[in-house]
Design a protein around this ligand. Sequence first.
Ligand code: NAP
Length: 310
Amino acid sequence: MKNKLVIIGSGPAGLTASIYAARGNLNPLVIAGREAGGQLMLTTDVDDFPGFPEGIQGPDLMDKMRKQAERFGTRFVSEDVLSVDLKSKPFVIKTETSDLSADALILATGASAMWLGLESEKKLIGKGISSCAVCDGFFFKGKNIIVVGGGDTAMREAQYLSKLASKVTVVHRRDSLRAQPALVELVKSKPNVEFLFNTTIEEFLGQEKLIGVRLKNTQDESSSEMDIDGVFVAIGHIPNTKFLKGQIDLDEKGYLVVHDETKTSVPGVFSAGDVSDYHYRQAVTAAGAGCKASFDAEEYLENLQTKKVV
Ligand code: NAP
């Protein structure tokens, strides 16, 4: 099926791009993915998205954005993209069930949570180890849990989990946190949250279910064991660009390389949101980037029609 504009990704970047593109008569198709909505689907209180003075729940915000996109005629496909061919014109996008074509493409696939990478972690993900407090916190009501990391995500997870767990220990590899001071203060004010600095997890313990961790003190190299019911890993994200390898320029961490805000190394392919932004990573900056990508795609398509594109 031939499309003027295909948008891959349905977080704030992809949906904002689709709202602008639909209003600009580009009849966009959004390939939303099996887990539509992106990271905000895993976020509770969003207090910093303008226009919601009382705050809004992440999934509610995404639902509103999607309805807004649908109102202007955006079409959606709830599948994952398997591969793309950016060398052909029009571009070809292979999903689980079909081959789609597009004159222009916006990549807004975001980034996913990172793991520590231990074998024992792999074995116990979903059996006591998680990367999403909102999704799995409920299972740890009244339990003793760890949050790993020292950034904003770790503080958010600790804050959320402090309302459910009996005790939360934040395990961080250094002696200072990189999270915003306001978030740190909020978490430190919780009576059931403790911080364990200069500490890493060396091993997750348990066979069928997590029962504890072996910790390492990074200063004196000593090891100790701690009984624990759950561990939430909150150490950052990795861009969702695997399906793009060899087709387009990626940096050493896999983020899309962009110039002039949204332009990638392939003319006609634009980027929006966390897939190329490892710095701001906010819903509002992703939404803003989606708007810019849509304008740039529109200009590209106009030039394509009048054969100005070389
Ligand atoms: P981040 O800022 O990159 O922090 C990752 C944390 O995990 C760091 O403290 C890092 O330690 C630690 N870490 C990384 N790899 C590790 C490993 N292998 N073992 C142990 N610890 C490891 O990531 P983030 O917290 O996900 O935040 C990403 C961006 O999203 C930031 O710009 C943040 O401001 C934003 N964000 C904002 C909010 C909000 O509420 N406004 C919420 C979530 C995220 P080091 O400090 O030693 O490097």
